[in-house]
Design a protein around this ligand. Structure first.
Ligand code: PAF
Length: 288
C-alpha cells in the first residue's frame, strides 16, 4: 500500500498538529506551494526532511498573486496527485486551506514588499509580489516553522521574501534550493503542462540562452550588454517566443549591472505560445 499523509484545512487543525510535533521538540519545516506539484517541489520537501523531522507542505492557489488577465482560473488543481507525491517524499502534513479561510470577509491588510520587488517580475505583474508576500507572511504565522523552503527558479520572489522576513523580524530561516531541470535542461514548472510538445521544444531556448551566457562568462566575457544580446539571440531561435525581460542583475538588489564583476544573476521571462516561463542562472566570473 502506498504511504499516506494527513491533510488539514483549518488553521486550528494545523496548529494542533504542529503543537504536537513541537511537544516532541521536533524542528518544523514549511514548504509553501500552490499545488500542481512536480519533482522541483519534491526536492524542496526532501531538503526540508533532511533538516526538519516534521515537514508541512501548504497547497493554496493564492488568488492575490494573480493579475486580472493571468491564469488563476485555469491554474492546475491536482490535489490527489499532489498528496501522493508528498506521501512518497515523506511530508508529514498537508495544509490545504480554503480561500475564504485565508482571506476572510473584511481582509484588508497587505504587505508592501521591499524595493527588490519593484523591477522585472514585480514591474510586469503589478501586485504579484504584494500577494505573494502577504500569503507567505500569513502561512508563516499560521505554521510558525523554523525553516521555510523556496525554489531558486523564483529567485526574485525568494530574495523579496528573505528581505520581508528580516525586515519584519519573522523568526524563520529562509532556504533557497536549486532549480530542478529535466534532462534536456527545461526548468520544472507547474506551467510546463500548458506547453504542447512543439512549444516545449521551443521552450528549451530559455535554458540554452542562459547556458550560453554562462559559457561566455567562463570564457572571459564581462560586459552585461553583450551577454544580454547573446541571450536574446538564442531566444530568437525559438519561433514566436516573446521576451518579457532579460535581466543581468545584482542577485541581492536586482539592480542591473554593467559588468559581471562578482556573482551576477541572469534572469528571464519568456512567453511561448502564451505560456509565461521564467528561468535564471547565477553567473560567477570566479568559478573555476
Ligand atoms: O512560489 C510559489 O509557488 C508561490 O508564489 C508561493 C510561494 C507558494 C506563494 O503562493
Amino acid at each position: 500500500m502506498s504511504p499516506s499523509v494527513p491533510i488539514v484545512t483549518t488553521v486550528a487543525e494545523l496548529r494542533q498538529s504542529i503543537a504536537a510535533a513541537r511537544a516532541k521538540c521536533l524542528k518544523i519545516g514549511l514548504v509553501p506551494t500552490m499545488g500542481a506539484l512536480h519533482e522541483g517541489h519534491a526536492s524542496l520537501v526532501r531538503a526540508a526532511k533532511a533538516e526538519c523531522p516534521f515537514v508541512v507542505v501548504s497547497i493554496f492557489v493564492n488568488p492575490a498573486q494573480f493579475g486580472p488577465n493571468e491564469d488563476f482560473a485555469k491554474y492546475p488543481r491536482t490535489l490527489d496527485d499532489d498528496v501522493s507525491l508528498l506521501a512518497d517524499c515523506g511530508a508529514d502534513l498537508v495544509f490545504a486551506p480554503r480561500s475564504e479561510d485565508v482571506y476572510r470577509p473584511g481582509h484588508g491588510t497587505w504587505v508592501t514588499p521591499a524595493a527588490v520587488a519593484d523591477r522585472w517580475e514585480g514591474f510586469l505583474r503589478p501586485g504579484h509580489f504584494r500577494g505573494v508576500a502577504t500569503v507567505v507572511l500569513k502561512l508563516l504565522h499560521m505554521a510558525q516553522p523554523d525553516v521555510a523552503y523556496f525554489g531558486q527558479k523564483d529567485f526574485q520572489q525568494a530574495v523579496m521574501l528573505r528581505r520581508m522576513v528580516d525586515d519584519l523580524d519573522v523568526p524563520v530561516t529562509v532556504r533557497l534550493c536549486p532549480t530542478v531541470r529535466q534532462p534536456d535542461g527545461l526548468a520544472l514548472s507547474s506551467r510546463n503542462r500548458y506547453l504542447s510538445p512543439a512549444a516545449r521544444r521551443r521552450a528549451l531556448a530559455l535554458w540554452k540562452s542562459l547556458q550560453r551566457a554562462a559559457e561566455l562568462v567562463a570564457g572571459g566575457e564581462r560586459n552585461a550588454a553583450r551577454l544580454d544580446a547573446e541571450i536574446r539571440k538564442v531566444l530568437a531561435t525559438a519561433d514566436g517566443a516573446q521576451v518579457d525581460y532579460v535581466a543581468i542583475v545584482d542577485p541581492e538588489t536586482f539592480e542591473p549591472v554593467e559588468a559581471v564583476s562578482g556573482p551576477t544573476l541572469a534572469a528571464l521571462a519568456v512567453r511561448i505560445d502564451g505560456t509565461r516561463l521564467i528561468d535564471n542562472v547565477v553567473l560567477d566570473p570566479n568559478a573555476t
